[in-house]
Design a protein. Structure first.
Length: 59
């Protein structure tokens, strides 16, 4: 597992997320601070994080 720190698009707090490097996909995970859903997109190449994007979900 790979720990990645980023800023929540809702509450702007720095949060961390454990990411599985075998998964190259998009998924929804709740912020550990404000509990809002975050659309997460990740891409790994040979076990290295190539891109990470965290966006708010329009409700």
């Amino acid at each position: 597992m790979f720990e990645h720190f980023f800023q929540c698009p809702y509450c702007w707090e720095e949060v961390s997320m454990l990411i599985d490097p075998s998964v190259n996909t998009s998924y929804v995970e709740d912020c550990e601070v404000c509990c809002n859903p975050i659309q997460v997109s990740v891409a790994f190449n040979e076990g290295e994080l190539q891109s990470f994007q965290a966006e708010s979900i329009e409700q």
